[in-house]
Design a protein around this ligand. Structure first.
Ligand SMILES: Nc1ncnc2c1ncn2[C@@H]1O[C@H](COP(=O)(O)OP(=O)(O)OP(=O)(O)O)[C@@H](O)[C@H]1O
Length: 252
């Protein structure tokens, strides 16, 4: 299957001189089209830094990241920004929305940059997505007047507006109660079944168990990859058991 992302031996460090240390230490990653991967590891192991590097949100010191075969380093800033806006979707723990806009306007805002003339079409698409994630009735609400789970659904709609090839989720359920978290993960599974690749950073074995493959990071390296696709069809408890077993083995 074609790769959406191919990263080879990426190195990223922070800090100056003596303080300098590799937060990503020659990490190589491939993500295939339509794949669902999770990244787990202790706090500070480099999970978010990896996600930022793979999505071109942050530059790297050494190595190579290619998106659909295009080396991110070869892109001009505006080309990289266009690539992120049209091919990648981002969902964070707390969606960053503008407080003075309602839910619908926040969802369509990034798309309006490209296609100002297509406002009716953009709104139609946003309404379709809002219906799919169950927040149709909230389009005129202010962002402070909805629950965390509803806000995250809106964040997912915003991320899906451009029909991205991949959705990156950095602890997308981290601020939610377990019921909302499960509902949000059901949405990610549906999005993935429709062909969008998903990469999720999480501390939660139950969340990671929904993926096909888990990359475990320790001290800036991927120390193990657990493939779960072969357990497809097995109940979620069995998948979670596999994940927690591996976490224990790796001391995570
Ligand atoms: N902009 C930055 N400047 C300096 N250090 C940074 C920066 N971003 C990350 N770091 C450091 O890099 C290391 C890895 O951070 P990262 O956020 O990738 O870890 P993580 O595995 O996602 O952690 P967590 O699970 O706590 O979110 C940490 O030690 C962090 O302090």
């Amino acid at each position: 299957m074609d790769k959406v992302i191919t990263a080879e031996k990426i190195v990223k460090s922070f800090g100056e001189a003596a303080e300098k240390r590799n937060v990503l230490d020659k990490v190589s990653v491939e993500i295939a089209e339509g794949e669902f991967v999770a990244v787990m590891g202790p706090s500070g192991s480099g999970k978010s830094t990896l996600m930022f590097a793979l999505s071109g949100m942050d530059d790297i010191d050494l190595g190579k990241v290619a998106f659909e075969g295009r080396d991110l380093v070869s892109l001009k800033n505006n080309e990289l920004a266009d690539m992120r806006r049209t091919k990648m979707g981002f969902v964070f723990q707390q969606p960053t929305f503008l407080q003075n806009l309602n839910i619908l306007d926040n969802i369509i805002l990034p798309s309006m940059r490209d296609n100002k003339k297509d406002r009716p079409k953009i709104i139609e698409k946003a309404r379709k997505l809002m219906k799919e994630v169950g927040i149709s009735e909230l389009e005129n609400r202010g962002i402070k007047k909805v629950s965390g789970g509803q806000l995250q659904r809106a964040g997912i709609c915003r991320a899906l507006m451009s029909n991205p090839k991949i959705i990156f989720g950095d602890e997308p359920t981290g601020a939610l109660n377990s019921k909302s978290a499960e509902e949000i993960m059901n949405l990610f599974s549906e999005i993935n079944k429709e062909g969008t690749a998903v990469m999720i950073v999480t501390h939660d074995a139950k969340i990671a168990a929904r993926s096909e493959r888990i990359m475990f990071m320790v001290d800036g390296k991927i120390v193990h990859e657990l493939t779960l696709s072969k357990y497809e069809g097995a109940d979620i408890d069995r998948r979670v058991e596999k994940v927690t077993g591996k976490m224990l083995e790796l001391g995570i």
